[in-house]
Design a protein around this ligand. Structure first.
Ligand code: SAM
Length: 316
């Protein structure tokens, strides 16, 4: 079997992400606790937006929403370079796409975070970028539970209304802040695709800590995490739970992308009920799952910093 070489895709994506962020190079406030490996989730999100919009527009959804309820400040500092975060990437990507085809936008953005400072700078950053895009953008201070209740009813749309709204939801907490009840409510709300950062190693370390018991039970919506016996078992158990959420139409399917850190790994869970989206998630898994930090480091230096011998070699 021919193995897929992720290098060119990674390089193209990182060059684009870095170009998006250069107008913000003198900004001071960036979302903390991000390292090189965080670029993997940024690459995956950017990768997904265009085909997502193509699929949803093909099926004639009336309104497309981008929902990011752990939005941060919009910018990250990685190896000294400013990069766009999950709350700015769709806006920047759709600005590019909109110039070529007016269909490829989100109609509404819903961005929120509990950190007032992040919300304020994010609003300023959005104001600088939004001109020319017919997108309604809401940026507000709020915690995940209350803002998700405002946006999602937990009810499947009535017959004839299924294509009124489509949602791409990004949930990127630092810890265990996505509780199962609210996630289930989101998943039951119609045409929803979700990308969730799942702290697999962190959960595993906390398995036997008495002070984490209630947070993990709330996160899993039950005590199944207690019986998990490996880091991957936690993410697989959680994915099976997402796949068992009762829905009107076909069930959710999930794919995971592995993100390696110095302390273990976390996963980006990609969940959708759409066969087209699931094919895309498979392709993202194939492209990005094997990417380790050495490769990421090398591609980052090439794409964002100075050229290396490897780059010169691949360019020939
Ligand atoms: C991992 S960072 C998000 C980074 C962002 N997605 C990006 O790519 O730039 C997590 C964010 O969640 C926020 N946060 C923490 N607890 C929260 C809660 N309960 N509800 C909403 N946001 C929360 C933090 O202020 C922080 O900005």
């Amino acid at each position: 079997m021919v193995r897929y070489d992720p290098y060119p895709t990674l390089r193209r994506s990182l060059i684009s992400l870095r170009e998006y962020a250069t107008p913000f190079d003198s900004e001071i406030v960036t979302t903390d606790k991000h390292e090189l490996w965080s670029t993997k989730k940024l690459i995956a999100l950017r990768y997904y937006i265009y085909p997502y919009l193509q699929i949803m527009r093909k099926y004639e959804f009336k309104k497309l929403h981008y929902v990011d309820l752990f939005a941060g400040s919009g910018l990250l500092r990685i190896k000294g370079k400013i990069m766009p975060g999950t709350s700015l990437i769709p806006l920047l990507r759709t600005k590019e796409l909109f110039e070529k085809n007016k269909q490829y936008i989100f109609d509404e953005y819903h961005l929120s975070d509990t950190n007032q400072k992040y919300v304020d700078v994010l609003q300023d950053r959005i104001n600088k970028l939004k001109s020319g895009l017919p997108t309604k953008i809401t940026v507000k201070k709020g915690d995940f539970a209350s803002t998700s209740d405002e946006i999602f009813s937990g009810q499947y749309p009535e017959f004839g209304q299924q294509k009124e709204n489509g949602y791409l939801v990004v949930l990127d907490p630092y810890g265990f802040h996505v509780d199962w009840n609210h996630l289930e409510r989101i998943l039951k709300s119609g045409a929803v695709d979700v990308l969730i950062t799942f702290q697999s190693s962190n959960i595993s370390w906390n398995q036997n800590k008495i002070q984490s018991k209630s947070a993990l039970t709330k996160m899993f919506g039950g005590e199944e995490w207690m019986n998990c016996d490996s880091v991957d078992d936690f993410v697989n158990t959680y994915c099976r739970k997402i796949e068992s959420v009762p829905t009107q139409w076909s069930r959710f399917k999930t794919k995971t992308l592995t993100v390696f850190t110095t302390k273990g790994k976390y996963h980006l869970i990609c969940a959708s009920r759409s066969p087209g989206a699931n094919n895309l998630f498979s392709s993202m898994q194939e492209k990005f799952d094997e990417v380790n930090n050495d490769l990421l480091n090398d591609v980052f230096s090439v794409a964002v910093g100075k050229k290396t011998d490897l780059d010169a070699f691949l360019d020939n």
